[in-house]
Structure formats: structure tokens, C-alpha cells
Design a protein around this ligand. Structure first.
Ligand code: C2O
Ligand code: CU
Ligand code: CU
Length: 506
């Protein structure tokens, strides 16, 4: 059983480009207030895609089916492999594109709420970033034009409307976005059926198999794990090497992942693509929105065995018990017999000494005000508000420091549920380097319960900032001016206001 049949292209719903006028989308067309595309590249797009957010049903358990919202895609122009589907899943099609591709996406909103699509991790112009001020109502379209400029890697996309991102992602709106480039193609890495997405999400179901969205102030935590949209996920694999692209697509849950038998994990990539060299961890810590690419050699297990990837309990997520994320079943069939490369081509370095604020990094304090509102420097989200200390200059290299003051001022384990609040901080429009972490006295134990699983090497767009921790990151603002966002990627924290704009000025 293959998770994704790479040759199984996205169904074009039975229509070719010539007959699109007959598709159901165009019936709604008269009411579109379509925005005219603002091209940032010269000429026509190489790939053109129609992406629709729509209500649907998915058989997650035997029956009844679960009502979901999902992204459906159609390739209007370009290779049919530009989109790949995950069978039996509410997850959106996987964008599968080469670096340099000039992309146009016609996004159509058919859900009964305003929404907009954000391309998480991608370096795109302001008007393609999915800022909530661009949200469109049901029946409307938003056209994205951008060139894929990022390194090969595992990115993703999801809704970003103001205040309702959490419930929309929870209802099923999310998908992966893979970028390929020549650098990566020159390496002997597992490809095709040996290169698989592992999207980890947690949900609560009611007795009728319907999603229950009832978040606490800490966020929405599920008691049922879904991988690629399915419960009790089993990956049937050959005895060979796989690239597993893990995405923590959960709203709020932080995972501490390990092989049940203690086998080490080989990490080859992070949010922003391949590492300089593979690294080994006994376990990996993954906060919402983070990606880690694993190199897994299933020859390390006997045919017929069923190694399990499990979640280990940790203080950061309030203890709990070990539970299974997915299991693999190892077939007799010989698969890819690749050797783990010693190093991957180096990527552009960014030198902290280049930072214009190397002496006094921009400080962002993460906290909570009045017991109910998550804040950044005491502020919450306002649609177009940019404070003085949120303006940066195009071309500048900067260091930002996120300081998690320790939750609610009640120590590492506040009164509210006994859970310390960690904040996975995400910056739009770029990838950054993680420079250092500093832990306040009194928070060492909490830190040590997950820090062995941090992969701070490589490029990132999201970094977990634990209670009592200061994390410094290094980035450069290139190519595009305009309004971007930075926020906590615990989606409930985000929806409650733990999000701000930053503006790149020329
Ligand atoms: Cu994946 Cu603004 O977020
Ligand atoms: Cu993002
Ligand atoms: Cu948060």
C-alpha cells in the first residue's frame, strides 16, 4: 500500500482547460469580485492552479463520515505532477514544484466564512503572503502570483483569516508544499514512493465521528492522533531507505517523538530545507508548524516487524503517557539501498556580525495580560498596526530575541491547568537561523525535558520558545517590502491575538 501514488495525478474533476467554463466553479463566477493579479514576475506563469476551499466529507472512521473543510486543487497549466494527492485524506493536494517556477494560484473560497491562504515558509511578495486583511468571503476569489524562490524543502499552506485560523485548520484546511531544486537533485536521496509526507495532527471526535472544536486558553488539544488525515496510521514499507517529511500540523500540541525501540533518528532537513550535514537525535521535539525531514533506513529492522514512532511524555505538554503516532510494517521487498550522505551542499551563510542590531537585538516579550490575552511586547494583533519597533529595512540583517517570560507570571507551572506555556514563534516571509538559547534560573528542568530533541541547526521559520527562555534568531529582509506578520503558531494563541505585523521599508 503506497501512501501517495506519485503517478496518480490530481483528478482534474473530469475537465480539461478547454472545458473549464463548464466546471462548477464558473457557475459562481458571476458573483466573483476577482482581484486583478499584480505580477511580480515577467510574462506568463509556468504553473497555474485553481485551489478551492470547500466543505466536504471524509471517511475517517468506518461510518458515519466526518464533515470537513478541504482544499481541492486542479492544475490548469503546467505539469500534472505540480499537485499530488494523499488518498483518503481531507488534507489538501501537495504542491510539488521546482524552485524558480512562476506560479499563479486562483484561490476560490467556498466555505461559509472569510478565509485566505498563507504559504507557510515561502519567501513571497506581500500581496501573496495571505495576510488576514486580504481575506475573501464565500464565493470570492483571490489570485496569487509569485515565483518559488525558496530552497528545496518541505513547506506548507493553510488558512490565515483573522481570529479563525485555528478552527479552519482544524476542520481540515492544510496541505504540504514541496520545493525541489538542482542542488537537491544532484544528491542521492530517496525519491518518488520513497519520499513520503507524514502530517501529524490531533483531533477530538464526538460519538458521530465529527470534529469537536472546543479549545482551552492553552489551545486545542486532541485525544486522537491522525497522520495524513487517518487514525492508527500504518506505513507499509520496503526494506530500504525513506525520506519521511514530518510536519506538525496540529493546532497546539508539541510532540516529543522517538522510535519505540530507542533507535536513533537521523534528521536531514528542517523548515527551510536540507541541513549542512545529517544529525542524530534520540528523540525530536516538534512544535506546531515545524517540519523535520528524516532519513529512515528500514533495513535496520527485520522484515515483518512493526517499528513505531511514539510520542514521549514531557512536562512541556503537561506530562501524559507514551502513545503511538504511526507504525511501519516492513515488507520483504528490497527497497532503495542508499547511503546517508556525509554532508549536503552548503547553503548561504548568514553572519551575526552583519546584523545591524548585533549589539542590541530587537526584543519581543511573550506573555499574557489580564489572565486571558496572549501578547507580544504587551500588544495584541491589530489588522494593519505596526509599532515603531516593528519596522525593519529592506536588505538589513537583524537579530531578534524572543523572550518567554514564563507564562502567566506564576512560575513554570501556572495555576491554569498546571501547564507551562511554550510559544512556537513564527516569522512570515523568510527563513532564519537560530543563534542561541538562554534559560532563566528555575526553568532548567522544564527545558531539559525537551531540549535534547531540538534541531536548531539549519534554516527555520518557526522556533519553539519555552517558558523562561530567550531565543535569538538571525534573519535578512530581502527582495520585498511591505506588511508581514510574526506570531505564535499555537493557533489558538494566534487567534487570541498573539500575532503582530512587521513592516519591511525600502
Ligand atoms: Cu503557518 Cu502565519 O502561519
Ligand atoms: Cu507562515
Ligand atoms: Cu503561544
Amino acid at each position: 500500500m503506497k501512501i501517495i501514488n506519485r503517478r496518480q495525478f490530481l483528478q482534474l474533476l473530469g475537465y480539461g482547460a478547454a472545458s473549464i467554463a463548464g466546471s462548477k466553479f464558473l457557475s459562481a463566477c458571476s458573483s466573483f469580485s476577482s482581484q486583478s493579479p499584480t505580477s511580480v514576475y515577467q510574462g506568463d506563469p509556468d504553473v497555474e492552479i485553481r485551489l478551492t476551499a470547500q466543505p466536504g466529507e471524509q471517511q475517517i472512521f468506518s461510518s458515519p463520515a466526518t464533515k470537513v473543510w478541504c482544499y481541492k486543487g486542479e492544475v490548469i497549466k503546467g505539469s500534472g505532477e505540480s499537485l499530488l494527492t494523499i488518498p483518503n485524506s481531507y488534507l489538501g493536494p501537495i504542491f510539488n514544484l521546482k524552485k524558480g517556477t512562476k506560479l499563479r494560484v486562483h484561490f476560490i473560497n467556498e466555505i461559509p466564512q472569510e478565509t485566505i491562504v498563507h504559504w507557510h515558509g515561502l519567501h513571497v511578495p506581500e500581496n501573496a503572503d495571505g495576510h488576514p486583511r486580504f481575506a475573501v468571503d464565500q464565493g470570492q476569489t483571490y489570485v496569487y502570483n509569485y515565483q518559488v524562490m525558496d530552497r528545496a524543502g518541505s513547506y506548507w499552506y493553510h488558512p490565515h483569516p483573522h481570529g479563525i485560523t485555528g478552527p479552519q485548520v482544524y476542520q481540515g484546511l492544510a496541505g504540504m508544499f514541496l520545493v525541489h531544486d538542482e542542488e537537491e537533485e544532484s544528491l542521492s536521496l530517496p525519491r518518488g514512493d520513497y519520499d513520503l509526507p507524514i502530517v501529524i495532527q490531533d483531533r477530538v471526535f464526538d460519538g458521530d465521528n465529527q470534529f469537536v472544536y472546543e479549545p482551552a486558553v492553552f489551545g486545542m488539544f486532541g485525544d486522537q492522533i491522525l497522520v495524513n488525515g487517518q487514525p492508527e496510521y500504518n506505513l507499509s514499507v520496503d526494506r530500504g531507505v525513506y525520506r519521511l517529511r514530518l510536519l506538525n500540523g496540529s493546532n497546539a500540541r508539541i510532540y516529543k517523538l522517538a522510535w519505540e525501540d530507542g533507535a536513533p533518528l537521523q534528521v536531514i532537513g528542517t523548515d527551510g530545507g536540507l541541513l549542512e550535514e545529517p544529525i542524530t537525535r534520540d528523540y525530536i521535539t516538534m512544535a506546531p508548524a515545524q517540519r523535520l525531514d528524516l532519513w529512515v533506513d528500514f533495513r535496520n529492522w527485520e522484515p515483518g516487524s512493526t517499528p513505531k514512532l511514539v510520542n514521549l511524555p514531557s512536562e512541556v505538554i503537561g506530562g501524559g503517557e507514551t502513545f503511538t503516532i504511526f507504525s511501519a510494517s516492513i515488507r520483504e521487498t528490497e527497497g532503495e539501498s542508499l547511503e546517508l550522505p556525509q554532508a549536503f551542499p552548503s547553503h548561504e551563510a548568514l553572519d551575526p556580525a552583519q546584523a545591524v542590531n548585533a549589539d542590541s537585538p530587537r526584543l519581543f516579550e511573550l506573555g499574557m495580560e489580564m489572565g486571558m490575552q496572549w501578547t507580544i511586547n504587551g500588544r495584541t494583533f491589530e489588522m494593519t498596526d505596526v509599532a515603531r519597533d516593528e519596522r525593519v529595512n529592506l536588505g538589513d540583517v537583524e537579530i531578534w530575541e524572543f523572550y518567554n517570560t514564563g507564562g502567566m507570571g506564576m512560575g513554570s507551572r501556572g495555576m491554569m491547568g498546571g501547564m507551562a506555556q511554550a510559544h512556537p514563534m513564527h516569522i512570515h516571509g523568510l527563513q532564519f537561523k537560530i543563534l542561541e538559547r538562554q534559560v532563566d534560573p528555575g526553568f532548567e528542568d522544564l527545558h531539559q525535558s525537551v531540549s535534547g530533541g531540538f534541531v536548531d541547526e539549519g534554516w527555520h521559520d518557526t522556533v519553539l520558545v519555552l517558558p523562561g527562555e530567550r531565543v535569538r534568531v538571525l534573519m535578512q529582509f530581502t527582495d520585498f517590502t511591505g506588511l508581514y506578520m510574526y506570531h505564535c503558531h499555537n493557533l489558538e494563541h494566534e487567534d487570541m491575538g498573539m500575532m503582530r505585523n512587521y513592516r519591511v521599508d525600502s
